[in-house]
Ligand binder design. Structure first.
Ligand code: SAM
Length: 223
């Protein structure tokens, strides 16, 4: 839980809560200024359920519909930082969920392609991107493990659901010189965030930090 500032009325303003969130991210190792700015400029309250509005600026994962979660901001920050996104990049995200991570990425790159398997989540995220005027995010309902072959190769790929191994189709769709960041390990256990760099010689793996994500599942869910 993030401590709140006392502004004299015993309450903290939105700006103070936002600043506290950024302090929390810094303490947890998110130091890239571009990433911190992108998170600061992305109103997380637009991506959480009404019931959890008060907790939107806390550095914690929260439930969203379809039994899924919006990731902890520190995890969003660490994954985005590890991806080393540049302004000209085209990025594929698997697991749109609330749309928050895609909205953060959209501030850092040319275009984000994001795939979600739950229809209600994909629809809601699309509406949120439109409402926020984020015109460089394209949303698709589908099984993200199959990737988005028509748009491949991607400079960067981020998977926001846990798999034991990176899906083969996604590895194929990563450009040479590209980076993928994904939580790898057994669903239900603690997984490890892994950064995979594709080079001319092959793949380089770097284990970053322990995380806990919902599993990467196959197929499309209509609800
Ligand atoms: N990035 C999200 C956000 O910012 O809110 C959080 C993602 S949530 C931890 C994981 C998401 O991955 C869930 O919405 C889940 O439905 C989705 N998912 C799981 N398996 C998938 C698959 N094969 N293809 C697409 N989405 C998938």
């Amino acid at each position: 839980m993030v401590q709140s500032f006392d502004n004299g009325n015993g309450a903290s303003t939105e700006a103070e809560r936002r600043m506290q969130l950024i302090f929390s991210l810094r303490r947890n190792g998110v130091t890239d200024t571009r990433v911190l700015n992108a998170i600061e400029q992305t109103p997380r309250e637009m991506f959480v359920e009404k019931l959890f509005l008060d907790a939107a600026m806390e550095d914690t994962a929260l439930p969203i519909s379809c039994g899924q979660t919006i990731s902890q901001p520190t995890v969003v920050g660490l994954m985005t930082q590890a991806l080393k996104v540049q302004p000209r990049h085209r990025v594929l995200e698997i697991g749109t969920g609330s749309g928050y991570q895609a909205a953060v990425l959209a501030r850092l790159c040319r275009r984000v392609y994001t795939i979600e398997r739950h229809e209600p989540l994909a629809k809601l995220a699309k509406q949120r991107f439109e409402k926020m005027g984020l015109h460089n995010v394209t949303t698709r309902l589908g099984d993200g493990a199959l990737g988005w072959p028509e748009q491949a190769p991607f400079d960067r790929i981020m998977i926001t659901a846990a798999a034991e191994d990176p899906p083969a189709k996604l590895m194929e769709q990563l450009a040479v010189g590209g980076i993928m960041v994904a939580p790898l390990g057994h669903a239900g256990d603690l997984q490890h965030l892994v950064k995979i760099t594709k080079t001319d010689e092959g793949l380089e793996y770097e284990e970053l930090t322990p995380v806990r994500f919902v599993p990467l599942l196959g197929g499309v869910a209509r609800e």
